[in-house]
Design a protein around this ligand. Structure first.
Ligand code: UVW
Length: 322
């Protein structure tokens, strides 16, 4: 290799050979991983941060007239009108006694095509998914670690907003811009709060504003900003017992690791190995504006994805209640 040549991109099995793991921590049948940390005590801890009764809904609009940002290769949801008043213009509308008319519609959507929860079995390497289940259990649908158990449990605890864009004094973070767990702690300190054990981390980059500003050019050289892999960061997530990482980007972390070239290594290190649930494409704008105004960056976080049998993810409209 000459000095100008880049080193080869490592296999995830090599990069994460000595990475920390939570497999087996909650038994051989576990399918919700670090969400086990969200006990009744954590719900009550979260409730202590409800001060004003102010509710923020964190889902982005599905079918936004300005467009829906999606991971490359996915397509936005298509909503189709099935019935409306025009259905009764002729004799084709369904006939009900009393003259009832109604609207019906359906969507054809990627389950990861909007604000969403990833199932723990959504991403893997080396032939095994979360908790050591065989990756063949994903064939035809996730028999193990699907989104269904997450949806059954629900996700409720103390949320903390880490407004990285504001912390770096930017309207949006830049393409491929990175930050670490130390940066998250510094951001929290600047906001006058401390990240506590078992907090749901809610990180704002406002990067998807560029999707609306740039149109198709947004996908040129696609590389979102976000957390960057390090062994220290992964161990911090494990030690802090972080149950859920929520971001306003499409995939929660810097898309291509600038240090080793791998794609989405934190999906592997956090989701597959530690059982940290990932939530993506959240809309954090009203929450961030409110927090900047009143200085309250902690809240009750509550979310439940849809109960989709075998699903690798599900749309969700999380709530932050201050
Ligand atoms: C991939 O895992 C590819 O994407 P996401 O986590 O955004 O669903």
């Amino acid at each position: 290799m000459t000095s100008t040549e880049k080193p080869p991109v490592p296999e995830m099995t090599d990069l994460l050979a000595d990475a920390p793991s939570n497999w087996g921590k909650w038994g051989p049948d576990d399918e919700v991983g670090a969400l086990n940390y969200l006990t009744a005590d954590e719900v009550l801890r979260g409730i202590q941060h409800v001060k004003k009764g102010e509710v923020h809904t964190l889902q982005r609009l599905i079918g936004d007239p300005k467009g829906d940002p999606v991971w490359p290769g996915r397509t936005p949801a298509e909503r189709t009108q099935v019935l409306d008043e025009s259905s009764w213009d002729g004799a084709d509308g369904p006939a009900f006694p009393g003259g009832l008319h109604y609207a019906d519609d359906k969507i054809n959507a990627f389950l990861q095509g909007s604000t969403q929860y990833d199932a723990l079995g959504h991403v893997w390497y080396g032939g095994q998914i979360w908790n050591g289940y065989d990756a063949r259990t994903t064939v035809g649908g996730l028999d193990k670690a699907s989104v269904e158990p997450i949806a059954q449990k629900g996700v409720v605890g103390r949320g903390i907003l880490l407004d990285m864009a504001r912390f770096r004094d930017k309207a949006t973070l830049d393409k491929a811009e990175t930050f670490t767990h130390e940066d998250l702690q510094a951001c929290a300190a600047a906001q006058g709060v401390t990240i506590e054990k078992r907090d749901v981390l809610v990180i704002r980059t406002n990067f998807l504003q560029l999707f609306h500003e740039q149109g198709d050019a947004f996908y040129d050289g696609f590389c979102e900003p976000g957390l960057v892999y390090s062994d220290g960061l992964v161990r911090w997530f494990q030690d802090m017992e972080i149950p859920n990482l929520v971001t306003d980007t499409i995939a929660n972390e810097v898309t291509y690791d600038p240090n080793n070239g791998t794609a989405l290594p934190l999906h592997c290190a956090l989701m597959r190995n530690l059982g940290v649930t990932l939530t993506e494409i959240a809309d954090l704008e009203t929450l961030a504006a409110s927090s900047a105004e009143d200085g309250q960056y902690t809240f009750l976080y509550a979310a439940a994805p849809l109960k989709v049998h075998l699903g690798s993810g599900s749309p969700v409209n999380p709530l932050a209640i201050k």
